[in-house]
Write a protein of this length. Structure first.
Lengths: 311, 311
């Protein structure tokens, strides 16, 4: 059970090691963090495309914190045991022009609003077709950088941040390298569901609270984030197998773009969805995997779409 | 049940649309293919590092075929329903200098010989530690290219070939685009197990027979291979979850190399294996996934090592 709750108004945008901690804890503390959604509350269940067009990007991706962990020093790691999520039942997915793997092909804004059962957490209906299994996680989870100043929250870095790793879900243990005294931990950008890749640039963006335990590993000498999952990571969506499209060639990015573009075409053709709707659906449930990366000069990237979403 | 068996001596190395078919069939035919291992029989259960050093690369990766499918024309697709495998119980994994994701770090040859239970197909022991779940599949499965001449079997192409996709296993349905009359289908390079990426360049390379059904889809207009799996693809190895290392940055290849190098270090440190042994173990059971590909300018690649292999 958490000993503290940090409310959502204790948030910041961007990473800055000069920010004063909102809480100082001993290693082993369990804390509840109220997380805003990635829009910082700008998008709600009543939002329209006009609200998406009016987004203030200076408020995008707030994180709750920072928390100072006593004794943490550069060279150590913070061990984060991810506990329970308290989802809100509301979410949104958007195609934001200029952002996303196929930004050149999807230039118009699009917005989908989700309502899901925050207690039963049953798969969420997307449209007349499509039900997406839910698995809440924190998209942004990280520590402050050693370099002074404000650093954009968008790119993830070796200290974590906007990792958007789908499997940073309940029960996973995450290790992050410490660059500054106290680590200065913050978390936000909670998602109700996302596929590996987050290909359209957004997930089911959803405000929710998360309870985490923060421990300290001295002299861990960790280069980048690593994590341990407590069990399988895809059983919420793999029961009926996958439709898979491929891209191949000497560049992984081009191969990934090819695989995703072909899946968008396939889903749109099968369901009658508009391509941008299929693109957003792929982002919240489909997984990018590298099938082979050694058969010179052509690599194979697959996009795995879980069949149960449409069956 | 197959109506024909094509024996392993009916093989070729490389793709060449001038090769005469070894069999002509009507669409819907079910055929058993005896497949040699990727060394073409040069490596056996008695092999040593000296045999690896003496490999004749002109004999590498033979495929059994080609089969002419009546009525197949450019623009069509061959639909391949992958049936049963009859594994041999013998396999090998090697680090071949100059080949593999970390070829610059692993410059010395290494060879591991496997014996596995070809009936029970229980996880195969690697060393005093490590048991690898098995899932047979064909690493090389493809059609002839339109362009005349002999083309290397190493790189996969839009017509398939050395795809090394772990999930082309029993029950999967694969679609390949046709470029020449009859398609000219061949298969080989059978693997008893492999992780996504095949990161050291080899899997559990193992001779075995495979039974396939070849159908024709007219005017399919397929750009690259696609496939449908009949069910989950990782349940043979995900029961205890994963250890995951990450690489991140603006280049997916660099990120993938970083993630894998960190996992090799982790497995070697935990088990006492030599790094090259950990590298080969990672190749046969660990999966490369793209966690996010949209948070400019840094992408996240994860290497997922199934914990049950060591627990």
């Amino acid at each position: 059970m958490p000993t503290h709750t940090i409310h959502g108004d204790c948030h910041h945008v961007g990473w800055d090691n000069a920010l004063p901690p909102v809480l100082t804890v001993a290693p082993g503390a369990t804390i509840e963090f109220e997380c805003l959604d990635a829009s910082g509350g700008q998008l709600t269940a009543a939002s329209t495309l006009a609200d998406l067009a009016a987004l203030d990007f200076a408020r995008i991706n707030p994180t709750t914190g920072p928390v100072f962990i006593d004794g943490a020093q550069p060279g150590d790691a913070i061990k984060i045991t991810i506990g329970a999520f308290a989802p809100s039942g509301f979410g949104w997915t958007a195609n934001i022009p200029g952002f996303g793997l196929l930004a050149d092909q999807f230039v118009e804004p699009a917005l989908h609003l989700w309502t899901y059962d925050k207690v039963a957490m049953t798969p969420a209906a997307y449209s007349p077709v499509g039900r997406v299994p839910l698995k809440p996680f924190a998209g942004t989870i990280g520590l402050a950088l050693a370099e002074p100043g404000v650093h954009s929250v968008v790119p993830p870095r070796r200290v974590g941040g906007n990792l958007d790793i789908r499997d940073l879900a309940a029960g996973t243990v995450l290790y992050l390298p410490v660059e500054v005294a106290g680590g200065l931990f913050s978390v936000g950008d909670t998602h109700a569901a996302q596929g590996d890749g987050e290909i359209c640039g957004t997930a089911i963006e959803s405000p929710m609270s998360v309870t985490l335990t923060l421990d300290l590993v001295k002299d861990a000498r960790l280069e980048t984030p690593r994590y341990t999952t407590p069990g399988p990571v895809t059983r919420h969506l793999d029961a009926k197998g996958y439709e898979v499209t491929t891209g191949l060639g000497p560049d992984l990015m081009t191969a990934a773009r090819g695989a995703v573009a072909r899946m968008v075409d396939l889903i749109a053709a099968r369901t009658g969805m508009a391509p941008v709707e299929a693109y957003m659906l792929c982002s919240v449930c489909g997984d990018l995997r590298i099938s082979e990366i050694v058969d010179l000069p052509n690599w194979v990237v697959g996009f795995y779409f879980p069949r149960l979403v449409l069956e």
